[in-house]
Design a protein around this ligand. Structure first.
Ligand code: ACO
Length: 333
């Protein structure tokens, strides 16, 4: 069984209500048909009858709940919630209604916030920023968490490194401005994500161009501080840094460069020092090693909302819906 099949069977075991707010794209409906046929989630699709007819005709949507954002008996409840949450930021009933009608991701997040959905997946035709901003504004972080970050599960074929080729890479999607506190929190969240999704013990490497002081620079110091903070804050996980990528992954190099490290040579959770290296790093592995990249999955949000790449295929939407449903299951525990 491939990793994606495992995810799908976990999602099916306790079905969750997942909302898809992109009716202006055929891939939404192609994915919806597959999700409904395999019984992966209870789907809610936001869209007007015209949008559903234009982009969804020919697809079997039996079992999906269609919510027309212009004719929804629950709409006033969502407007009221929007104003309650964002009134202090200048949101009025009129502007709330307008924003929900113009950008269905706001509608989807309000459905989640009001308990009418368990999670949302969007981004096939919206940028990452526009997909996650409504979630950051309306759903906010989990208690005790200060920032959201985004990880990928990387499945590298014919690879014995990591957990037999499975890794978590983070932050690959969210924070353009990183610092030691954010990197330390990303390390803790990524360890939790690794253990929840892969079911094995996380070994977390905070990556740098230096291993244990081999280079001196402010950027190295930032990663060293992040590693110290992460070890102190998350003693339940094996975390170490700063480590170069080869020292993190390859046993002989780890032994040579960081012989006392509990992680070096065996890392399965890679925390990048900035968004450039994280985003470029996952795409390098995806393209050059022909790895499957599942994500970006957001970690740290109070409810599961996930982003898609605009180049995604319908099967990627199916996978992301399954991962979102699994996050919703975990939130129940
Ligand atoms: N965690 C939690 N909350 C956050 C975070 C975060 N990491 N970042 C912003 N917020 C909150 C802010 O506190 C603010 O809340 P408030 O309005 O209640 O005060 C709200 O989100 C909006 O914050 P802004 O600073 O105005 O954020 P902005 O909209 O400019 O940007 C965003 C936030 C969208 C995450 C931005 O940082 C961004 O675009 N990041 C990069 C996304 C990207 O392009 N990734 C690469 C592509 S993804 C891929 O290739 C798979």
């Amino acid at each position: 069984m491939g990793y994606i099949d495992e995810l799908i069977s976990r999602a099916k075991a306790d079905k969750k209500r997942i909302v898809l707010p992109e009716p202006m794209d055929k891939r939404t409906f192609e994915a919806a048909e597959k999700i409904l046929k395999q019984d992966i989630a209870d789907l809610i699709i936001i869209g007007t009858p015209e949008e559903i007819e234009t982009y969804g005709s020919g697809y079997d949507l039996t079992g999906a709940t269609i919510v027309d954002p212009f004719n929804d008996p629950n709409k006033q409840k969502y407007i009221d919630k929007f104003v309650e949450l964002r009134g202090a930021k200048g949101v009025t009933p009129e502007s709330a209604k307008e924003q929900m009608e113009q950008d269905y991701m706001y509608y989807a997040c309000l459905m989640c916030k009001c308990g009418d959905a368990d999670g949302a997946v969007s981004g096939a035709c919206h940028s990452t920023g526009n997909t996650i901003r409504p979630a950051l504004q309306l759903l906010k972080t989990k208690p005790g968490i200060s920032g959201v970050s985004g990880f990928f599960i990387m499945e590298v074929p014919d690879c014995e490194l990591g957990e037999n080729g499975l890794f978590v890479f983070a932050d690959c999607a969210v924070n353009p401005d990183n610092d030691a506190d954010k990197m330390a929190e990303t390390a803790g969240l990524s360890a939790e994500s690794f253990e929840a999704f892969i079911g094995k013990k996380a070994k977390v490497a905070l990556l740098s161009f230096s291993t244990k002081g081999s280079a001196k620079h402010d950027r190295v110091t930032m990663v060293q501080e992040a590693a110290e903070k992460a070890k102190e804050k998350y003693p339940q996980f094996e975390i170490d840094g700063e480590l170069q990528l080869d020292a993190a992954l390859v046993a002989e190099v780890g032994e040579l460069k960081a012989p006392d490290s509990p992680v070096a040579g065996h890392a399965n959770t890679l925390v990048f020092p900035d968004l450039e290296s994280g985003n470029i790093g996952y795409k390098l592995v995806q393209r050059l090693a022909k790895a499957n990249a599942y994500g970006p999955v957001l970690q740290g949000l109070s409810m599961p909302v996930n982003d898609l790449s605009r180049g995604c295929y319908a099967d990627d939407i199916v996978g992301t819906v399954a991962m979102t449903a699994i996050q919703a299951q975990m939130a129940d525990k």
